[in-house]
Design a protein around this ligand. Sequence first.
Ligand SMILES: [Zn+2]
Length: 155
Amino acid sequence: MLRRTHAVFAASAAIFLGLTPSQIIASAFFGIISDMDHTIGIRHRGFTHSLLFAFLAFLVVSALFPNLSLPVLAGILTHIFADMLNPEGVELFYPSRKNYRILKLRFNSRLGNGIIMAISLALIFLRLMGYAVNVKPLITLAYRIHDAALKLGLR
Ligand SMILES: [Zn+2]
């Protein structure tokens, strides 16, 4: 999908999760980092589009900046989902090179980007309607990882 679509989708997920304004902005940024694979010259829609990457990023960010743990998850997971609408799919279970996809819409297709924008609006609407998910266990986990990192002297 287009970069702006990824940013909007990630920010909407952050809004749905009830994150703070600065965390919402951070989510939009994390929503586009997966495509740095182009920049650093590794296989596109491989490692940076996998659950392993989401897990490792959560671990590292929790250790260093636990308040960014949910934004990093929101950004990367929405990115992976959106790219699963592409014909190429993503290597969801990297290091397995099998590609997973839901639809076959090109990254710049109006329909594909429109679907993601519609889901984004729906997420914001659901939040306004009072729907919420309990993210406390994830926040607790992030701060536990942070404490462990402090004890290990990683910071
Ligand atoms: Zn991508």
